[in-house]
Structures are given as C-alpha cells and as structure tokens.
Design a binder for this molecule. Structure first.
Ligand code: ZN
Ligand code: ZN
Length: 172
C-alpha cells in the first residue's frame, strides 16, 4: 500500500498521516491537500469571512458528531495531563461502532459538553489509570461514569452488587 502522497497545493510528497481523513470522496481515504495546506486554506477562509467559516464548522459538527466527540474528548484528556497512547483515528474507529453504554446498555448520544443529557457518551478509564489507550478505555453513558467515579471496573461492579443485594428482598 502506498503510504505517502503528493499534496495538490504545495506539491510536496508527504506520508499519509500528514493528510486529513476523507472517507468518501477520495480513493485512498485522504484529502488532496496536506494538513499544513488545509489549515492555511481554512485560516484564509476564516479571515475573509468568519461567519461563513463558523457556519461550515457547525455543518461539519452536525454531520460528524462522533468525530467531533472523539476530538474533544482526546483534547480534554490531554489538557488534564493524561498519558495519551491512542491517536484520534484509532479512537474514532473504535467509538464509531459503539452505540450503547457498556454498563447499562442504554443508547448513547454523541454531542458536546454544553448539551449533555443523561445518555451522553463519555469516556471511562476502565481501571481509572493515567494511560489512555485502546485497552484502558470504554464508552459509557455519563450517568454510569458519574456513578463509577474513580472506582476501578471491579470496584464499580462490586458496588452495584452491594446495592442490588441490599434491595433484593424489597423487590420480591
Ligand atoms: Zn501541501
Ligand atoms: Zn450507562
């Protein structure tokens, strides 16, 4: 497989990950312009017409809620000082197939922080460690995540069992 391509703007041959992912339109799944040129292009549009730029941004977010969610989550974890060992692409490929909360099984909604609801998707660190990688994360609803807090997976399940046991007789 060809791991590099030529940017149609600057003409430089760069490795594929120097190009943004464009799943549908391009055969190799990458944009025509390298990231550097693409960013310059967006910057130019922004300077010339900020309103149009923000409209395009909003449209993109509406069409790509899971991508947006993955970007925001990763950026936030990075800001909080976590050890990030997963790329945006890898996270997105995992998350795009996750439709329900790992713990309670309810349908998940991928949206931004300012519009969270009880079944908003959130990133759980399985055993509450510092490393964010394929093996240390799960997507759960925000309510399960808030309830789990800083518990490990086993601690959380034990906690739920305790509550279930306590009220078992009442249920019958
Ligand atoms: Zn370029
Ligand atoms: Zn849940």
């Amino acid at each position: 497989m060809n791991r590099s391509k030529k940017c149609t703007k600057c003409g430089l041959v760069k490795s594929l990950n120097e190009f943004y992912i464009r799943k549908k339109s391009v055969s190799d799944g990458r944009a025509y312009l390298c990231k550097e040129c693409a960013l310059k292009y967006y910057k130019k549009i922004y300077q010339e017409n900020p309103e149009k730029y923000w409209e395009a941004q909003k449209r993109w977010v509406r069409k790509n809620p899971v991508k947006k969610w993955s970007m925001v989550v990763l950026a936030r974890k990075r800001d909080l000082g976590f050890d990030i060992r997963i790329t945006f692409d890898e996270l997105y490929q995992i998350v795009r197939n996750i439709k329900v909360c790992y713990y309670c099984g309810r349908n998940l909604v991928y949206r931004n922080k300012n519009r969270t609801c009880d079944n908003s998707a959130s990133l759980d660190r399985i055993n509450n460690g510092k490393i964010i990688s394929k093996n240390t994360i799960r997507v759960v609803c925000i309510q399960c995540n808030r309830t789990k807090q800083n518990r490990t997976h086993n601690q959380f399940v034990g906690y739920c069992e305790k509550i279930a046991d306590k009220f078992e007789e009442v249920r019958e």
